[in-house]
Ligand binder design. Structure first.
Ligand code: ADP
Ligand code: MG
Length: 228
């Protein structure tokens, strides 16, 4: 994903410069942490990256596609095919099994019906929950619930996994399990962007993006990317 002077100002009144124009390139297979105080613009950044919000200025290229030129329906389709989301609160349907929760993502995604359950089961196996497919979320620990949410994000085979405080509601042991999972996905080649308050999570990422008052800055191993 490539941001060229991408920024977002909420119109207000009063207007809020939630993300000031910034440049950022994230290459395939990177693991990037996004840190910064509350209200600094992290979720704004993630929502733009995930095509949930359109920037008010600048150009955003995803897999080489200039997302600013897309009609709404095409943006939605691109989001559905290329982006997986994991949020702080797991957003699972409580009355549906782990398998059903993951399968539903494929219904919206338009995958052939006969493939859905097979792929959902594979995704749950990938997050280490192959033995819990028929369990309701209410019977799972917080960490297991978040792993179901990760499976739901992965089942559509996205090219970019975006996580907004994925360990924010978890105790240390569960947070560790989710973090280990994100690292495994990264090791397997997934591109992962994770917003976190947790210094342990941030320390594991190869690269850290800091956002303060809507201003982005960079630290960590910056081998290939340019930041201006
Ligand atoms: P963070 O995720 O770092 O806590 P956000 O990206 O959610 O920060 O918010 C950045 C700034 O934009 C904050 O000042 C917040 O109040 C403001 N903001 C977020 N969403 C909206 C909105 N829909 N309308 C107006 N201002 C908003
Ligand atoms: Mg936020």
């Amino acid at each position: 994903m490539e941001f060229r002077q991408v920024g977002l100002t909420y119109p207000g009144p009063p207007p809020v410069d939630a993300l000031r124009p910034c440049d950022l390139t994230v290459r395939r297979g990177e693991f990037v942490a996004v840190v910064g105080p509350s209200g600094s613009g992290k979720s704004t950044f993630l929502n733009i990256a995930g095509l949930l919000d359109a920037p008010t200025t600048g150009t955003y290229l995803l897999d080489g596609i200039d997302t600013g030129t897309l009609r709404d329906a095409d943006r939605t389709a691109l989001r559905g095919r290329r982006i997986g989301f994991v949020f702080q609160s797991f957003h699972l349907l409580p009355q549906r099994s782990a398998l059903e929760n993951v399968t539903l993502a494929l219904v919206y995604n338009g995958a052939p019906r006969r493939e859905r359950a097979v792929r959902a089961r594979e995704a749950l196996e990938q997050v280490g929950l192959g033995h819990r497919v028929d369990t309701l979320p209410t019977r799972l620990s917080g960490g297991e619930r978040q792993r179901v949410a990760v499976a739901r994000a992965l089942v559509t085979r996205p090219s970019l996994l975006l996580c907004d405080e994925p360990t924010g509601n978890l105790d240390t042991a569960n947070a560790d399990a989710v973090l280990a999972l994100l690292e495994k996905l990264h090791a397997d080649g997934m591109t992962v962007l994770v917003i976190t308050h947790d210094p342990v999570v941030a320390a594991r990422a190869r690269r850290t993006v800091t956002i303060r008052d809507g201003r982005m800055s960079m630290s960590g191993t910056a081998e290939h990317e340019e930041v201006r």
